[in-house]
Design a protein around this ligand. Structure first.
Ligand SMILES: Cc1cc2nc3c(=O)[nH]c(=O)nc-3n(C[C@H](O)[C@H](O)[C@H](O)COP(=O)(O)OP(=O)(O)OC[C@H]3O[C@@H](n4cnc5c(N)ncnc54)[C@H](O)[C@@H]3O)c2cc1C
Length: 224
């Protein structure tokens, strides 16, 4: 499907054959990822801070303490957010051609602080993105907790994705070199859940036992 050309800033330069600007790819990467890195300039110096996030339609949601620098910055200045899914180690015959298989996204934008119903809906989206069904299972945030939390919605209008997949790309002169070559696939797989020892034993809920990255279910309200 046709989609707008990337801005000059969001244009992948090296290995442009690996670039992908389709919303479908962007959404898939953001929905599978769990951790984002937010880059910004503070006191004249670059900083990159990791944080959780959620996608809601054409917005990326960030949330955190109203006291955190990250949230204050995301609410008031343009930021650059990256999400990386590491799919494999690419082991080539030559040291030079070693690489990684990955799907990554870079998003540029200026956030908007959400309030009232939008803020509460976004908080729900956060929980449901992490673990579908969790919002209804957990105690909802009280007024003080809501007040101490800031939620920012960043538009997904300026973004790029880059995807590398497949075997190593060795040069012709190295093809007979006797060094094992191939890919070590990597993925995020949960171990069995461990219950809080401060709690009386209870069965592990089905949605907890079956957790997988990127598995979203149910209706999630949209940010306007
Ligand atoms: C897991 C992983 C490992 C990597 N390892 C290396 C490495 O060891 N050495 C190396 O040179 N490169 C590596 N890369 C690629 C790296 O992210 C850049 O793509 C690369 O530095 C080329 O950038 P550039 O100079 O073409 O573009 P830049 O000028 O840096 O970027 C221009 C624009 O292209 C887009 N863009 C660039 N890279 C990406 C990306 N990865 N995902 C989404 N959008 C992107 C952004 O919108 C950016 O604003 C790795 C990427 C990943 C995800």
């Amino acid at each position: 499907m046709a989609h707008p050309a990337p801005s000059a800033r969001a244009q992948v330069r090296r290995a442009p054959n690996r670039a992908d600007y389709s919303p479908a790819t962007l959404h898939a990467i953001l929905d599978e990822g769990i951790v984002a890195h937010v880059g910004f300039t503070a006191d004249g110096f670059p900083a990159v801070v990791p944080t959780g996030y959620a996608r809601d339609g054409e917005h990326l949601l960030l949330h955190g303490s109203t006291a955190s620098r990250l949230m204050r910055v995301a609410a008031t200045q343009p930021v650059c957010v990256t999400v990386t899914l590491l799919d494999g180690l690419v082991l080539a015959r030559s040291a030079f051609n070693h690489s990684m298989n990955y799907r990554s996204a870079v998003v540029y934008g200026q956030g908007r602080v959400l309030e009232g119903d939008e803020k509460r809906a976004a908080m729900r989206t956060f929980m449901e993105k992490l673990l579908p069904g969790r919002w209804d299972a957990a105690r909802p945030p009280d007024a003080k907790e809501m007040l101490g939390t800031m939620v920012v919605a960043l538009p997904l209008s300026e973004a790029s994705c880059k995807v590398r997949a497949g075997p190593p790309l060795d040069e012709e002169r190295d093809m007979e070199f006797a060094c094992w070559a191939g890919v070590v696939p990597l993925r995020t797989v949960p171990d069995p859940p461990v219950q809080d020892p401060k709690q009386a034993p209870m069965p592990v809920p089905a949605e907890v036992a079956s957790w997988r990255p990127g598995r979203r279910q149910g209706h999630i309200p949209s940010v306007g």
